[in-house]
Design a binder for this molecule. Structure first.
Ligand code: ZN
Length: 304
């Protein structure tokens, strides 16, 4: 297998492992450190959005910058529907990086898409393929391919291409949903300074973003005031109405569970937080919306 293919497969394996370790998002540090290929460093990101590490000749990653607070999120147009769009570098279609991406399209070479969700953090999608090139709009169209089940065996990069238009759109759509979920998660986690609002646990990989009004509710949108940063235990307990949070931010544990006797985890993990007050963001506009909490609290009361 040629060096280019070997480096790409090694990069996919690296991402697989790192994503498992870090729970869905990767930091700029992890990505810029990258891995080694035959003793040579292979970073996955660099200053340009279309990035080619020194060991190979064609681009390996395409990166979108995280949105800056207060500015329009740049991916509003890039992340709608079931196709990804990626802007040219600059306005010259013949710029080396744009030419490189076009060559990956022609030769069906898989790439890695890194989507900035909040400052310093990215969600990775791979393999992706450039499938369209619109010189007038200065954008490429990018589709998600097929992730191999096992990276240890012999691989052919050609197997990763999804031939069917329907399959391709489905895979891309699923990736876009995941990008939105991770973006919500990271915005909520940052607002809560990476702590569980109930127990203050401080381990990003064990923290999740709970919806106050659930996904699917007309007002259950993925915005920070409809979110709570919770550890996995408290997220599950909140979702299943084992505990509720009143509009006064007070935690209530369901009556039948308060009366149960079931060892230290129940005592310290759940019963002990009855009556505790949520730790919420300092910035007013990021705090949980009281109306959302009140509506959700009604559901909890009904479940009790
Ligand atoms: Zn917790």
């Amino acid at each position: 297998m040629d060096v280019d293919s070997q480096v790409r497969l090694a990069a996919f394996a690296f991402l697989e492992q790192q994503t498992r370790l870090h729970g869905g998002t990767l930091s700029w540090d992890v990505l810029s450190r990258g891995f080694h290929y035959e003793g040579r460093p292979v970073p996955l990101v660099g200053p340009p959005g279309i990035f080619t590490p020194a060991v190979i000749r064609l681009p390996l990653t395409i990166t979108t910058a995280p949105p800056v607070r207060g500015k329009q999120a740049p991916y509003d147009d890039e992340l709608a529907g079931d196709v990804l769009r990626y802007r040219y570098r600059g306005t010259d279609p013949r710029h080396r990086d744009n030419v490189g991406l076009r060559e990956t399209m022609r030769r069906r070479i898989p790439l890695i898409y890194l989507h900035g969700v909040v400052k310093g953090y990215y969600v990775a999608a791979w393999p992706v393929f450039v499938v369209g090139d619109d010189a007038r709009a200065l954008t490429f169209t990018v589709a998600v391919g097929q992730r191999p089940a096992d990276l240890s065996g012999p691989q052919s990069l050609a197997d990763m291409v999804l031939e069917g238009e329907g399959e391709r759109r489905y895979a891309t759509r699923a990736t876009i949903v995941r990008l939105h979920q991770q973006s919500f998660r990271m915005r909520v986690l940052q607002a809560y300074r990476e702590r569980c609002a109930i127990c203050r646990l401080r381990h990003q990989e064990l923290l999740e973003a709970a919806h106050i009004l659930p996904d699917g509710h007309p007002r259950g949108r993925p915005i920070v005031p409809n979110g709570l940063a919770l550890c996995s235990l408290h997220h599950a307990a909140f979702d299943r109405n084992v505990l509720g949070v009143g509009p006064d931010l007070k935690v209530e544990v369901r009556v039948d569970i308060l009366d149960e006797a079931d060892g230290p985890m129940l005592v310290h993990g759940l019963q002990g937080f009855h009556g505790a007050v949520l730790t919420v963001p300092r910035v007013q506009e990021l705090r949980p919306n009281r109306d959302f909490l009140a509506e959700r609290y009604e559901l909890f009361k009904k479940a009790s």
